[in-house]
Design a protein around this ligand. Sequence first.
Ligand SMILES: Cc1cc2nc3c(=O)[nH]c(=O)nc-3n(C[C@H](O)[C@H](O)[C@H](O)COP(=O)(O)OP(=O)(O)OC[C@H]3O[C@@H](n4cnc5c(N)ncnc54)[C@H](O)[C@@H]3O)c2cc1C
Ligand code: SF4
Ligand code: SF4
Length: 345
Amino acid sequence: MNSSMKQVMVVGGGVSGLSAAVDLARLGIAVELVENSGSLGGHAAQLSCKATDHCVSCGACVVEEKIRQATGDANIRVHLNSSVVNNNSNDVNRRKRFDVTLKQDQEMQHIEVDAVLIASGFAPFHPANKPYGYGRFENVMTTLELDLMLRKSGAVKRPSDAAFPRNMAFIQCVGSRDSSLGHLWCSKICCGAALRMASCIQNRQPGMKSTFFYIDIQNFGKNFQTDYADMHRHILIRSIPADVLKTADDRLKLSYFDPDTQAYQESIFDMVILSVGLTPSVSTRNLAAMLNIDMYGFAYARKTPIPLPAGVFAAGAALEPMSIAESVLSAGKAASDIFHYMKTS
Ligand SMILES: Cc1cc2nc3c(=O)[nH]c(=O)nc-3n(C[C@H](O)[C@H](O)[C@H](O)COP(=O)(O)OP(=O)(O)OC[C@H]3O[C@@H](n4cnc5c(N)ncnc54)[C@H](O)[C@@H]3O)c2cc1C
Ligand code: SF4
Ligand code: SF4
């Protein structure tokens, strides 16, 4: 890094932060990339390739490419296991500077930068309080956990007895579109992600049947038609189950109102997968407070977009639920905005 270069701190080493860092570095801006966990990639690094007999454009492989680019760029300095604990901004010769205190393990260091990019992402909804047995029944998992299992072992087995499941139920909208939680937003990615995952598992484990319990299928983006055409492989029931109970033979019983028969029904599955939504993270809110932003996070962005202070930018799923492809685009826009801000400030 050259000491006369303009400097930006990118907070968050997920696909948005990595992407923005790479774009900024290419524009000749020095980047301090701060990640509070021990590795780069964020949530996208837990996702598996969902290719069936063809690539289904799930985006999971993008993050590896971004990690390779960011770690190989001399203009990017990566700080792992690090968090921002304080920020003082001041104007030096009419130029705004941020004096950021970083904590890595027990060590503190001060880094001065010209701008800060919030790329601290989202928190997956934690379904412990929903009536679906999560945390009580081993064979109830979230989509994120199922994805990680597929990524690590290439197959899906029941955690309770390592048997291959013969049928699985996906419950959509867990933690999204839920007025009892005050979560009125659609998380946007979970219908497509769950459908791709079910088709991928069916390809690898023939005979496995997936049933989707859903409100409606939101499958945004350019692959809508392809994913939609694949839906005939699965059973679709437009109803959200009331609860999940364990049977005496270690299976899972779902009760729901069936719109076709207009009656309550029960069905039994080997596994139940909860399509958890994206929620604003506490970390993003804390970071926002340190940067003197009153309220931040997509729960509020819906009502009034809050103007960011000069020199502060945001990208990716810290702003609102978005896919990997959209996060890359959002990071590109933020990098371009920062570049123009640097030229004019
Ligand atoms: C179940 C599930 C399945 C999905 N499947 C798909 C899919 O198939 N295709 C798709 O395109 N998208 C999918 N997504 C969405 C995808 O995960 C997001 O688009 C992507 O992760 C957004 O990247 P991000 O960098 O904005 O946020 P994140 O991935 O959340 O990354 C944020 C990073 O910032 C770090 N961080 C947070 N706070 C701080 C802080 N204060 N200081 C330093 N670091 C911090 C975190 O540790 C993390 O590394 C899925 C999401 C879920 C939940
Ligand atoms: S986009 Fe998804 S399906 Fe296609 S190769 Fe990459 S990880 Fe696999
Ligand atoms: S994308 Fe689908 S599962 Fe996710 S919140 Fe929207 S409708 Fe529900």
